[in-house]
Write a protein that binds this ligand. Structure first.
Ligand code: DX5
Ligand code: ZN
Length: 218
């Protein structure tokens, strides 16, 4: 089933409550929350307080994407804040396996993320452990960038791996440059969850989410 995860990075931060509630009413399946530390990526967003603030406003799954160096330092904080799923970058820690175990021990679903330059083979050892794999389809750090089609090979690889391994049960998510033109190729390659920030917010939310779902299934 196609699941759309609008990124609140493109929301109006001074009207975040309104935007979150409008996204839920508009048919979003998850809420994608981008955390940037100005070190792992050349941009900053916000911290766990914003996740705590959003939590009581919505029933949507909070899909938290940590673009943070040594994310282990913040896992407990983001779990306490009410994240349903915490994703950490394979490139951001020397102890990826431990980091993912820490997320699970905190009672939260765990996801691993790979940058455009990182191959699927790099995360093969953790694939049985994770609930979600996020394939970056742009370089992380900013909304509104252009989709990198070469990333689709990785999505197909992850889908094939999951078919071939009974212990691999993860969902596959794509993030960056997803719009009504690029989503179909992602769906065909085997993605289940589609993050869309700038595209969702550039028009009527209900209409945009419906257009994405329609295009994904064409
Ligand atoms: C990029 C973020 C994305 C971003 C996507 O670093 O991880 O989630 O918000 O934005 P769009 O959909 O505009 O590419
Ligand atoms: Zn993201």
């Amino acid at each position: 089933m196609t699941q759309i995860a609008p990124s609140i990075l493109s929301a109006d931060f001074m009207n975040l409550q309104r935007d979150v509630q409008n996204l839920e009413a508009a048919g979003a399946d998850l809420l994608h929350v981008d955390i940037m530390d100005g070190m792992f990526v050349p941009n900053m967003s916000f911290g766990a307080q914003v996740v705590s603030g959003i939590r009581p406003l919505t029933k949507l799954v909070l899909d938290v994407h940590l673009m943070v160096e040594q994310p282990e330092r913040y896992i407990e904080q983001f779990a306490q804040a009410g994240s349903d799923l915490i994703m950490i970058h394979a490139e951001a820690t020397k102890h990826l396996y431990r980091g993912l175990q820490m997320i699970k021990d905190a009672g939260v679903k765990a996801g691993v993320v790979i940058n455009p330059g990182t191959p699927v083979s790099y995360i093969e050892a953790v694939l049985p452990l994770v609930d979600q794999v996020l394939v970056m389809t742009v370089n992380p750090g900013f909304g509104g960038q252009k989709f990198i089609p070469a990333m689709l090979t990785k999505v197909s690889e992850l889908a094939a791996y999951r078919d071939q391994h009974a212990d691999a049960t993860y969902q596959i998510e794509v993030d960056g440059g997803v719009n009504d033109q690029t989503i179909a190729a992602c769906a065909q390659a085997g993605a289940d969850i589609f993050v869309a920030g700038s595209y969702t917010f550039a028009g009527d939310l209900t209409e945009r989410i419906a257009l994405l779902k329609k295009a994904a299934n064409e």
